[in-house]
Write a protein that binds this ligand. Structure first.
Ligand code: NAD
Length: 337
């Protein structure tokens, strides 16, 4: 039996990962350690239940003592670290918050895990740390880090701290760098759920600049299966890129969603480009495919169609976010309204 501490397990990928893990390894124990920021949605974990196999702990990764307490109380052997500030636009408005959570928070988590002597630490990072590509080429694990946004710079900072812990303390960490995820439970400020929820309400869909920025899209469950392999077989000290070879422009993806929903393209509304907007990301995931035997299960056509259907069938989930009702539990916990 493994005992996992998953940070950020009320967010998009973290909650999908916990669901994935509990389904595949029902005898393991998962501790979901999450601060419940605006992006942490208790509704995402509503189906996890409270049992010997799953427990929720509200806490801040930047609070080293609280992390150490959870690691020791639950006898954790593996940490899977998702918790982060994750929205590029917000990082442009408030970079300090991103440094605090992503850099200082990760350092405090690493320190707590080092002191407790845990067996394995998976640091979930992003392809955005590599910066931007021209028309040609792919990011490999040896591509130099060249982040362009405060978000990606803070993630790159956390990657470098993880690397330093591996080198200095022989800390047992693996870094994964994944491309853009899509799937259920994604906060509706991000491109896909924003597009789907606006389209369902027949509202204009904002698209940055000329809409020709290219991203490499991966279904969140395929990201989860890659992290699973990193937990089970990833070599400590190594970096693994994860991507689905599904390059699409933002405009293409928006058009495809509109087509899926039978909505008109006239809903597309071009807006001023994001500052420092990276033009193209694309991942070479040969290493994780060859060394850990990973392969994505979803085609982008199938994955997108299922995702659109999920949001159409779960209107209450996203309406509770848009109305703010999803925060009620977290706010009460803080002594708020
Ligand atoms: P998200 O914003 O949906 O969720 C982040 C979660 O972290 C929330 O539940 C939030 O409450 C929690 N959190 C924030 N600050 C915390 C703190 N100080 N202590 C404890 N918990 C805290 O993010 P996501 O999209 O699920 O991304 C998860 C991770 O995956 C991030 O590290 C991100 O950089 C990485 N990633 C995301 C993508 C993507 O496409 N979304 C792609 C590659 C990598």
């Amino acid at each position: 039996m493994r005992r996992l501490l998953v940070t950020g397990g009320m967010g998009f990928i973290g909650s999908n990962f916990i669901r994935y893990w509990l389904r595949r390894y029902p005898d393991d124990q998962v501790v979901n350690f999450d601060l419940l920021t605006y992006a942490g949605n208790p509704d995402n974990g509503a189906d996890f239940g409270e049992s010997a196999h799953y427990v929720f702990v509200r806490g801040d990764i930047a609070d080293c003592a609280a992390v150490e307490q959870a690691l020791s109380q639950y006898g954790i052997d593996t940490v899977v670290h998702f918790a982060a500030e994750s929205h590029v636009d917000r990082s442009i408005d408030d970079p300090l918050r991103f440094v605090r959570t992503n850099v200082l928070g990760t350092q405090s988590l690493l320190e707590a895990a080092r002191r407790r002597g845990i067996g394995k630490f998976i640091h979930v990072s992003t392809d955005e740390v590599y910066g931007t590509l021209g028309r040609e080429g792919l990011f490999s694990e040896t591509t130099p880090l060249a982040p362009n946004s405060p978000y990606s710079a803070s993630k790159a900072g956390s990657d470098l701290l993880v690397r330093a812990y591996c080198e200095t303390y022989r800390f047992p960490a693996v870094i994964t760098r994944c491309s853009n995820n899509y799937g259920p439970y994604q906060f509706p400020e991000k491109l896909l759920p924003k597009t789907i929820t606006h389209a369902l309400r027949n509202e204009p869909i904002p698209v940055y600049g000329d809409g020709l920025n290219v991203r490499d899209w991966l279904h969140v469950e395929d990201h989860c299966s890659a992290i699973e392999l990193a937990v089970l077989h990833g070599v400590c000290g190594e970096v693994y890129n994860i991507g689905g070879n599904n390059e699409m422009t933002n405009l293409d993806i928006v058009k495809r969603i509109l087509q899926e929903l039978g909505k008109p393209q006239s809903l597309i509304h071009f807006v001023a480009d994001r500052l420092g907007h990276d033009r193209r990301y694309a991942i070479d995931s040969t290493k994780i495919r060859r060394e850990l035997g990973w392969a994505p299960a979803y085609s982008v056509e199938d994955g997108l169609a299922r995702t659109v259907r999920w949001y159409a069938a779960h209107t209450i989930w996203w309406e509770r976010i848009l109305s703010g009702a999803y925060r009620a539990g977290a706010a009460a916990d803080e002594g708020g309204a």
